[in-house]
Design a protein around this ligand. Structure first.
Ligand code: ARG
Length: 588
């Protein structure tokens, strides 16, 4: 008789197939694999395991009978029954059930769940360094000579969270800024300073520089020659004019001081502050190379341009203006060349506004056409920020300053702390208000899927109930307070002589087991909100557990079990929060 013999290509080993659970999953798969080979005669098949969403569906479940049934010409429920019978023989299984239309649900013995938590604990420390080439994450990238605006928080904290996740998982990650410190705006500022200021740049504040820039635009509307003058100044700067260069350097210094102060407040650490200006000598040779290779051509009015193949449907891009001034795109070409040669990275990720999609398309296509040896290049987009509070979007003046928003957040947090005088306790209410205020803005941004537009909403950001910084911070402080009461050390050791788990305990354990998955999912997709969602569900599970079960007053071995669960929860919250730049109190 004709025999079924099916070869299935193994799924590419993907990071998101968790690290920790490989162990449990492979233990669960072993008896099934045996069955598949010996009884079903299928040579190779990868059994898929998932965390069950509901307790009534077990700890883990597999939908594999559905797929397998087609290969072996049996009903899915029959295959599920066979699998279930094979699993029931296993030492680690507490219970196994089939569910329509073809699932197998398994419950593990408490001791097995608990010992896998010891594995999960490992993810509270940074993972062993990998040997792979580095990844580069470029983020923040403010334009200099203006204070940071609230919108800068998006790239800044999303990028930092992505970089932190890579580093935590053992990747070497180069954290790079691409400061907008070159371009015609410096010509404009130089003109404005000449005409309307009696101070040197060094003695000006960043706000005064902004005011000059705004004045330039007002005046240039009436007097077009100002723009011409600004272009001339910038040209001189590119040609190396000493005086204008000094002015430029001072502007960068004044700006960087203000920017670094805010980074510090945001828990943002960008190691490589690379301004666009850094590439000023590299652009000439690239322009030559492009012309030689026939990639760059003469465009209108003496400009140099790139044209893309028709099917790409991308408009022509300019790489050099008619007056020989270089532009943003040219500096990006140089940036790719520099980073590739210096670091030989595996990938470069750009955390930049969705509005620049076309720019990055043009950039990536151009470097391909130049035939360079390239790493993976990807634009990680994010959406717009909108404001629930109308006064924030309709504010006079050009920008809503990040510093002011953070100050306002801290003021609001201070008020909330005062209002909750009896339930919030802190040794240092000022520090707590800073953590809560800044944290609520940062965490508020990170809870949203970055690709969508987001709404800045004071009430939600500062609430103690939803997926907010104060909720996460409060839960951590609560867990720490349990540990203080129990006089427990930081050491987490689970008693293994437990043969029954309450539903709330099992839930919490399962969520703790998901920690490594949420890290790898968030890392693979470059989506920090997957980690914030995870922390939120962990906090919810911990709070339910805390409200329903005695911890410090429970009898042994339950007391040790629950204290260890509390300690592990605190540790996971702290680790996750840290990756997300969120500072977290031990007492609150
Ligand atoms: N400074 C630019 C801006 O504010 C963003 C830079 C993005 N990064 C890049 N490599 N082009 O629009």
């Amino acid at each position: 008789m004709w025999q079924w013999r099916v070869f299935v290509v193994h799924l590419r080993h993907n990071l998101s197939r968790s690290f920790v659970h490989m162990d449990i999953f492979s233990q669960l798969s072993a008896p099934i694999n045996f069955l598949i080979k010996s009884d079903f005669n299928v040579e190779s098949f990868e059994v898929e395991w998932q965390f069950s969403r509901e307790n009534s569906h077990g700890d883990f479940s597999t939908p594999s009978p559905l797929k397998l049934s087609k290969m072996v010409n049996k009903l899915p429920m029959e295959v599920a029954e066979d699998m279930c019978n094979a699993l029931k023989e296993e030492e680690i299984i507490e219970k196994c059930e089939v569910a329509a239309p073809g699932f197998v649900n398994v419950w593990l013995k408490p001791r097995v769940l608990l010992s896998s938590l010891n594995e999960a604990k490992k993810y509270c420390s940074p993972q062993k360094k990998r040997k792979d080439p580095p990844v580069i994450v470029e983020y923040s990238q403010p334009n200099i000579a203006k204070p940071l605006g609230i919108h800068h928080i998006l790239s800044t904290v999303i990028g930092q969270a992505i970089a932190n996740t890579y580093e935590h998982l053992g990747y070497e990650c180069k954290k790079v800024n691409h400061l907008g410190d070159w371009g015609t705006q410096f010509g404009k500022l130089a003109v404005a300073l000449d005409r309307w200021s009696n101070k040197s740049v060094k003695d000006s504040s960043i706000d005064e520089l902004l005011a000059l820039y705004v004045k330039f635009h007002e005046e240039a509307e009436k007097d077009e020659s100002l723009n011409e003058k600004a272009r001339e100044y910038f040209r001189k700067l590119e040609e190396g004019d000493k005086k204008i260069f000094e002015f430029w350097k001072d502007t960068v210094d004044v700006s960087m001081k203000a920017i670094l102060k805010l980074y510090d407040r945001l828990n943002v650490t960008i190691e490589h502050q690379h301004g666009e200006a850094m590439y000023r000598d590299a652009m000439g040779p690239i322009l030559e190379e492009g012309k030689e290779k026939g990639v760059f051509m003469e465009g209108k009015e003496g400009a140099v341009v790139v044209e893309f193949s028709e099917e790409l449907n991308i408009p022509t891009a300019v790489v050099q203006k008619g007056d020989s001034a270089t532009i943003y795109l040219t500096r990006d070409l140089a940036q790719i060349q520099y980073r590739t040669e210096r670091w030989h990275p595996k990938g470069i990720y750009y955390v930049v506004d969705r509005a620049q999609q076309l720019h990055f398309q043009q950039l990536f296509e151009t470097v391909k056409m130049l035939g360079w040896d390239l790493p993976h290049l990807e634009h990680l987009i994010f959406g717009r920020m909108k404001f629930a509070d109308k006064s924030m979007s309709t504010r006079k003046g050009n920008i809503l300053k990040l510093e002011e928003v953070l100050d306002e957040a801290v003021n609001r947090a201070e008020k909330i702390i005062k209002e909750h005088g009896d339930s919030i306790q802190s040794d240092n209410p000022k520090d707590l208000a800073e953590m809560m205020g800044v944290g609520s803005v940062v965490y508020g941004v990170l809870t949203k899927n970055r690709k969508m537009d987001m709404v800045f909403d004071w009430d939600k950001f500062l609430s103690f109930e939803g997926n907010s910084a104060p909720y996460i911070q409060y839960t951590h402080a609560r867990a720490c307070s349990v540990l203080r009461k129990a006089d427990a050390s930081e050491k987490i050791t689970f008693p293994l002589n437990i043969d029954f788990l309450e539903e709330n305990e099992r839930n919490l354990i399962k969520t703790l087991l998901k920690f490594s998955n949420s890290l790898s999912d968030s890392c693979n997709a470059h989506m920090p909100h997957l980690l914030t969602n995870y922390l939120f569900s962990l906090c919810q599970d911990y709070n339910t557990f805390y409200n329903d079960l005695p911890i410090v007053k429970a009898d042994e071995p339950l007391r040790s079990l629950r204290i260890s669960l509390t300690a592990l929860t605190a540790s996971v919250i702290k680790t996750g929060a840290n990756i997300l730049t969120l500072r977290i109190p031990n007492r609150m």
